[in-house]
Design a protein around this ligand. Sequence first.
Ligand code: ATP
Ligand code: MG
Length: 239
Amino acid sequence: MGEPVKIAETMERISKEWLIPPIRRFAYLPYSLKSALQAVIEIGRLRNPKFVIDDDNIFTYVNMIRWVHGDEEMQCLNPITKEVVRGRLNAGIYIAGNTGTGKSWALEIMSEYTKIDNVKLAMLDTIRPLRWNNYRTDSICDEYTESGNINKYKEMGIVGFQDLGSEQQEALYMGNRVNVMRKILEHRGDFPNKITLITSNLPITHPKLTEAYGERVSSRLLEMCNYFEIKGKDRRKLK
Ligand SMILES: Nc1ncnc2c1ncn2[C@@H]1O[C@H](COP(=O)(O)OP(=O)(O)OP(=O)(O)O)[C@@H](O)[C@H]1O
Ligand SMILES: [Mg+2]
């Protein structure tokens, strides 16, 4: 017989653990939205002098700025009705839009923008910067084919996935066929202390997402992410 189970103590520990919010955001307020947009434009112009914030992308940039600052005014789109609704600071970001509309750049530029104020957040009891690296989903599949390992993408606290839906459905490693992004997203969706940012040509409610990754993933995506769409022309052709 080991130590008697100390029920009261155990209960207290469990309730404390459950009380720790998985993610806590800090408010980097006040800030001027105008200056913030100017800073984003300057970062964008370092990459492409023609970088603009215009009618097609301003809603996404303004609300990603609010998201970064931990500003409760943040808004996003209802994925079904496309109405403007209140955003969730503890959730990630999903940007849909046609090719070349500037989705990938939005994730990359906004990760740079977080460095200006060195924005931080708490994930369980760890304080860390609100910064993320962005990975193409097809490269993640290639990595699985080479190494058989995708744990890194399941475990990263914050991560950006570029071009969800464009990668091959299954990747093969030593006879194991795996739907790589399905595994990663299912896992991340089960942990409320993770933040996932995604770009895709597919709207978040598109049946192709359910076909490719299953109901469990498509329902988790809605919970995991604030939804945005960037409209407009292919900016690669406007160069
Ligand atoms: N806000 C912007 N203003 C002007 N040019 C931009 C802007 N954003 C992106 N671009 C230009 O458009 C090109 C395409 O942008 P990006 O790669 O972000 O598109 P995307 O929406 O991710 O496309 P895809 O769906 O093909 O992945 C970039 O290489 C860049 O030159
Ligand atoms: Mg892209």
